[in-house]
Design a protein around this ligand. Structure first.
Ligand SMILES: Nc1ncnc2c1ncn2[C@@H]1O[C@H](COP(=O)(O)OP(=O)(O)O)[C@@H](O)[C@H]1O
Ligand SMILES: [Mg+2]
Length: 236
């Protein structure tokens, strides 16, 4: 999926000796990697450190050691596992993000409406966002991020609490965002989702990167016992 607009140009994000320790617990450690693909899934069991690693990448957490290196400045956005909606309409939620980034008022409305249409929810424009269903709120959150036209979009477990129909719709939106040239880095503990959406898998366990491989290779031939067990358990 995606990647055509990105590929072949070397890495666009690098993590060097990255670590995060909280209360003497090593949540992320010894992470050295380069991200060069258009779509990457950070995969691993609960508590592996996936969300923490994503927040470190996005700059929401300061590492205890090591560095997050952006070879060139790229506009970033992030969508959280549980969407945070303002007490306002869906449209106002999307416009707010644009206002914060200094987009002119006339353009805010136009862009916000276009973003809602792209996630298939034009009819929700004037609905209170917090009264929308979980799946709708996640799509509004994606619209809010997409409206900013980020070059990199971080997604933390984008379908974790959604029913199958909403999950499919969210995956369709992610595919479209990637196809439009935005680089995606997403966490998931859902193998099928990683298989459907990612060109590359970073397998995390116990705060360490155990594997970083092309998605096809990861599923066909996981290199570590931990990843093999993880795949076996998830497939059932
Ligand atoms: N601020 C924090 N202080 C202490 N422990 C934390 C903190 N944030 C996360 N953790 C712990 O770090 C581990 C990794 O968390 P997380 O990144 O949320 O994992 P994942 O997203 O893979 O489920 C978990 O054991 C979690 O309880
Ligand atoms: Mg998580």
């Amino acid at each position: 999926m995606g990647g055509k607009a990105v590929g072949l140009m070397g890495h666009w994000l690098e993590l060097q000796e990255l670590a995060l320790t909280e209360n003497e617990v090593r949540i992320v450690r010894d992470v050295n990697l380069k991200v060069s693909r258009g779509s990457t899934a950070i995969l691993g069991p609960n508590g592996a450190g996936k969300s923490t690693l994503l927040r470190l990448m996005h700059g929401l957490l300061r590492p205890s050691a090591g560095r997050v290196v952006w070879p060139q400045a790229l506009a970033q956005a992030m969508v959280f596992q549980r969407p945070v909606m303002l007490r306002a309409t869906a449209l106002a939620n999307i416009e707010y993000g644009l206002r914060l980034r200094g987009h002119p008022a006339t353009e805010q409305r136009q862009r916000a409406l276009a973003a809602l249409a792209r996630v298939g929810l034009p009819e929700l424009a004037h609905r209170q966002a917090r009264r929308c269903s979980g799946g709708e709120q996640q799509r509004i959150a994606l619209a809010r991020a997409w409206a900013l036209e980020p070059q990199v979009l971080f997604l933390d477990e984008p379908t974790a609490s959604l029913d199958p129909a909403s999950s499919r719709e969210v995956e369709r939106i992610i595919r479209e965002i990637a196809a439009a040239g935005t680089r995606i880095v997403m966490t998931t503990h859902n193998l099928g989702q990683a298989r459907r959406l990612a060109e590359e898998v970073i397998y995390l366990d116990g705060g360490r990167v155990l594997e970083q491989t092309a998605a096809g290779d990861f599923f066909a031939q996981p290199q570590t016992l931990a990843a093999r067990d993880f795949i076996r358990e998830e497939v059932g």
